[in-house]
Design a protein around this ligand. Structure first.
Ligand code: CDP
Ligand code: CDP
Length: 226
C-alpha cells in the first residue's frame, strides 16, 4: 500500500490525528497533519501582532513562511522558519484564532498547494477538514470521523488534565462548538464530508477499534496489505 492516499476529515476532537498517525504507522505511510499548518500560520501571525482580519498582511505572511512537518524522536515536529513550535501551536490563543485564519482564501491556497505537493506521489495519510473534498479529491480512501460533542469535549478534557492543566468542561464544549460552526460555515472549503467518504461515528469506540475499521477499509478497497 506504499502509494495509497488516505484522507481523514471531521470536526475537532473526533480523533483524526490520533487515528491517522496510527493508520500511517501500521501501513508504513507518511502522516500529514494539515491542522498543524493552519495553527503554525496562526501562531506566527500572533507572534508578529498581525491584525487577523487584515487579509493582505496574512496573505503576505503565509507566502513568506516556511513550514516543515518532521517525524522526530517525540512524535511529529512542526517547524516554522527553523523554529520548533510543536507545543506552541497548541496554545489556547492559537486554538481560538485558527478558524479565522483558516477562513482566508490566500492562506488556504498556499497551504493546500503545499499539502498537495506533499501527497504528490501518494503514500500519505492526511487529516484535516477539506482533505477529501479539496486537497485530495482522488484519494483512494476517504473517512469522515465524528463523535458526539459530549464525547469530543470529554476527550479534550482528559488530554488537558494529562498535561497538568485544569479546564472547565462547559468552556471546552463551547470552544469546540464555536470552532466547528466557523469551520462548517466558511465560504472557502468548509468542513463537510466528501460524497464518497465513509462515515464513522466514533462515540464509545476505542482508538484501536477506529484504527482497525480504517485498516479494514484499506484492505477491502485496495486488497492485500499488512
Ligand atoms: O486538532 P483540532 O481538531 O483541534 O484542530 P486541527 O486539526 O489542529 O485544526 C485547527 C483548525 O485548522 C481547524 O479548526 C480549522 O479551522 C483549520 N483547518 C482547516 O481549515 N483545514 C484543514 N484541512 C485543517 C485544519
Ligand atoms: O485530531 P482531532 O481533533 O480530531 O482529535 P485528536 O487530537 O486525535 O484527539 C482525540 C483524543 O481523543 C485523543 O486524546 C485520543 O486518545 C482520544 N480518542 C480518540 O482519538 N478516538 C477514540 N475512539 C477514543 C479516544
Amino acid at each position: 500500500m506504499s502509494r495509497l492516499s488516505v484522507a481523514i476529515d471531521g470536526p475537532a476532537g473526533a480523533g483524526k490525528s490520533t487515528v491517522a498517525r496510527q493508520v500511517a504507522k501500521r501501513l508504513g505511510l507518511t502522516y500529514v497533519d494539515t491542522g498543524a499548518m493552519y495553527r503554525a500560520i496562526t501562531w506566527k501571525a500572533l507572534q508578529n501582532r498581525i491584525d487577523l482580519a487584515e487579509e493582505g498582511s496574512l496573505a503576505q505572511l503565509v507566502r513568506e513562511t516556511r513550514i516543515r512537518l518532521k517525524t522526530g524522536r517525540r512524535g511529529m515536529e512542526v517547524w516554522v522558519d527553523g523554529m520548533l513550535v510543536s507545543e506552541a501551536i497548541r496554545a489556547p490563543a492559537v486554538t481560538s484564532n485558527v478558524s479565522a485564519v483558516a477562513g482566508q482564501p490566500e492562506v488556504r491556497r498556499v497551504l493546500v498547494e503545499k499539502q498537495q505537493e506533499l501527497a504528490r506521489e501518494g503514500g500519505v495519510v492526511m487529516d484535516g477538514r477539506d482533505i477529501g473534498t479539496r486537497v485530495l479529491p482522488e484519494a483512494e480512501i476517504k473517512v469522515f470521523l465524528t463523535a458526539s460533542i459530549e464525547e469530543r469535549a470529554r476527550r479534550r478534557y482528559h488530554e488537558w488534565v494529562r498535561r497538568g492543566y485544569s479546564i472547565d468542561m462547559e468552556d471546552l464544549k463551547k470552544e469546540i462548538s464555536m470552532r466547528d460552526e466557523k469551520d462548517k460555515n466558511r465560504e472557502h472549503s468548509p468542513l463537510r464530508p466528501a460524497e464518497d467518504a465513509v462515515h464513522l461515528d466514533t462515540t464509545g469506540l476505542s482508538v484501536e477499534e477506529v484504527v482497525s475499521s480504517i485498516l479494514e477499509l484499506c484492505r477491502t478497497k485496495v486488497g492485500g496489505g499488512k
